[in-house]
Each structure stands twice: as C-alpha cells, then as structure tokens.
Design a protein around this ligand. Sequence first.
Ligand SMILES: C[S@@+](CC[C@H](N)C(=O)[O-])C[C@H]1O[C@@H](n2cnc3c(N)ncnc32)[C@H](O)[C@@H]1O
Length: 200
Amino acid sequence: MRSFPLEFELKKEVLFYPARPGAPTGDILEIGPGRGDFMLNAAAQCPDKKIVAIDLDKGRYYKLVPRIERKGLTNVLLMQGNARVVLPRIFPSETFEKAYVLFPDPWPKRRHIPHRLMSVEFMTILAGLLKVGGELYCATDFWPYASWVADNAGQIPILQSLGAPYFAAADEIPLYNATYYEKKWRDDGRAIYYLRYKRR
Ligand SMILES: C[S@@+](CC[C@H](N)C(=O)[O-])C[C@H]1O[C@@H](n2cnc3c(N)ncnc32)[C@H](O)[C@@H]1O
C-alpha cells in the first residue's frame, strides 16, 4: 500500500449524504459502517439522535445511501472519506455521546501495523470528539488487535477503560447489534473481543 502526504488526503473530496448536511453536529458516531448493520439499526432505534457514520470506501458509501432512503431514516449523516483526516476537521471537540469502531481492518502483518486505524493518535482524536462522560466502543475478532487497542488506550489519560481490558459479551455495549463481520467470524467459531472506554 502506498502512503501519501497529509496534504494529499486533505485535498480529497468528501462525499456527504444528505448533500447539505447543515451544522457539524451528531450524537452517535460510527467509523467504518461497512454494510451498515449497526448504523441503520441505531438510527431506527433512536429517532431523536443523529447518527454520523463515515466509511473510507466509496462503493460502500454508494450502497448505503439507498438503504438509508429505503428505511426512511432522516437522522443519519453518512460521509465517505478517511476518518483520521475528516473527523477532526469537521466536528468540534466534545461533540458525540458515543463512538463505535466495529471490526476495524485488522492489518495482521507486523509491517502493516502502521495502517491500523485505532492508533494512539487516532484514539486521542476520537476521545477528544467525545463529550466528557461519553463512551468509545471497539469490537474485533483478532486478539492481537484487541490487546494493541488496550495498550494504546492506556496511553491516553482522558480515556478510562470500562473493561478488563476487554470482555467477551456485547451486552455491556449500548445499542449493540451484531454486524456482518461479527456474524461471519462467529460462524467461523472465532472469539470476539469487546472494548469499552469512558471519556474523562
Ligand atoms: C472490516 S470492515 C467492518 C465493517 C462493519 N463495521 C462490520 O463490522 O461489518 C472495516 C470498515 O472500515 C472502513 N475503514 C477502514 N479505514 C477507514 C478509515 N480510515 N476511515 C473510515 N473508514 C475506514 C472500511 O472501508 C470498511 O468498511
């Protein structure tokens, strides 16, 4: 994978649905919705909350837009772009009540670890986007990723772990519903690790 300077990322177009999103606000953030299982369910369950979701993949974005429309959901802001670059430039600090990162790409090879999303730098950005008392959730089937996230969170003073450092059942995660990847890995017999943090 090639890497590009930040200026290159900054010049990329960001797609929005709806096209004129209005003020940069939101209550619940999801990064990497994929097929949208969590995002669509959370939006339907919480009609009084605004769900913001961002995915890097244009194909996924263009498939999600008609799914949002078919369900008649008016409380979703969907974006296509790189969360690392886009989120801190659009949303003020202390915006969200909850943030979810479910089954981030594991990048299992050692040399690919720099591509992993939940770095200390990005988790620091996410923590800052949460309101004080807000919560960050992550789920993964890849134990080295779970333990890496736990180590990274330990370096962020404003994040307090509510797991030990991760736990085995999703019932401690509000609004949780199994995503496409969770179902896929469970069917393969894999264990799932859930992580939960509170913003101090
Ligand atoms: C393995 S999929 C998981 C999808 C879904 N959360 C699930 O559990 O089924 C990871 C998703 O994260 C997205 N993603 C990866 N890096 C990203 C980034 N920097 N910003 C936004 N989305 C990203 C990918 O495009 C993909 O849709």
